[in-house]
Design a protein around this ligand. Structure first.
Ligand SMILES: [Fe+2]
Length: 292
């Protein structure tokens, strides 16, 4: 489970590494991506399969990931831990993570600052946590438990707000500042999620960036979805817009060296529509944009 220090030590304040999501079973895409990325981000739920014994990691995909070897560092990005659920997080996700980390060295792992179930019911969507003192205490305790359990860096990501926030003790940035201050955990800032919140709810991105302490930002996400009935959807089906890349660049500049990688996120279902050449071109453009 040891974290490689190679990538952690090499960053400067003006350049960051590039990463991309990969969910397995597309060796031609992986072959195209590997010369263009430093990190491959894997979502464990997507590379798992259901069998008689429940849910487990796909042996085929695990072999693919192990074959990446030194060509790229692997980072894990979860979607179902539900760290913000009042009733408790998902032991199934932790079991998948235990299994994965026993087999593959990763630079860090991450989750969304969100909840996905209420009263035992899976919502089928991630909802942003209330920014209250009580919620902050709860999530901080869980972050510390995760940090102790795995002994590698753990990051949390800002999720898109599907519904407006309820009355809160903290602003969005204030909550993240307290969370990282109290636990030492890092942040993923998803630039597209910020743009969705601005479009859908009038979220004030400049004010958020002014209030956020950027020294905890370790990873950026860029992605793009579609607009439906006036709502900008977080579906990761398109190439990133220039505005999203510009926003990620602004965060990298403000992070003064703490941000280490920009990951282009796309769903496996979007790959046929995007095409391998366009994905490779997107990664080339990101490399050019984030070179010093
Ligand atoms: Fe993201």
């Amino acid at each position: 489970m040891a974290a490689s220090q190679n990538y952690l030590d090499r960053e400067t304040s003006t350049s960051v590494a590039i990463g991309a999501t990969y969910e397995g079973r597309d060796p031609a895409l992986l072959e195209r991506m590997l010369p263009l990325v430093d990190y491959v981000e894997v979502t464990l739920e997507t590379i798992s399969q259901v069998n008689d014994r429940g849910i487990s990691l796909s042996g085929d995909i695990m072999r693919e990931l192990k074959n990446i070897g030194k060509e790229a560092q692997i980072i894990v990005h979860g979607v179902s831990l539900s760290i913000g659920s009042h009733e408790g997080w998902s032991p199934t996700y932790l079991r998948l993570l235990d299994d994965f980390l026993e087999q593959v060295d990763v630079a860090w792992h991450s989750e969304h600052l969100a909840y996905t179930k209420v009263d035992g019911e899976h919502l089928g969507i991630m909802l942003a946590m209330p920014k209250t003192e009580e919620a902050l205490d709860m999530v901080c305790e869980r972050v510390r438990a995760i940090q102790e359990r795995y002994g590698i860096p753990f990051l949390l990501e800002n999720t898109v707000h599907v519904i407006p926030d309820c009355p809160s003790d903290y602003s969005e940035a204030g909550f993240l500042n307290e969370l990282t201050d109290r636990t030492g955990c890092g942040l993923i800032l998803d630039a597209y999620n910020l743009e969705c919140d601005a479009h859908n709810h009038g979220f004030d991105i400049p004010a958020f960036l002014d209030e956020l302490r950027h020294d905890s930002v370790r990873e950026l996400h860029v992605a793009c979805g579609v607009e439906h009935n006036g709502i900008l959807l977080d579906v990761h089906s398109q190439l990133a817009r220039n505005s999203t890349v510009d926003l990620a660049q602004e965060v990298v500049r403000r992070s003064e060296g703490s941000a280490q990688v920009v990951v282009y996120e796309f769903m496996p279902e979007a790959i046929p529509g995007l095409g391998h050449p366009a994905i490779a071109e997107q990664l080339r453009r990101l490399r050019a944009a984030f070179e010093s």
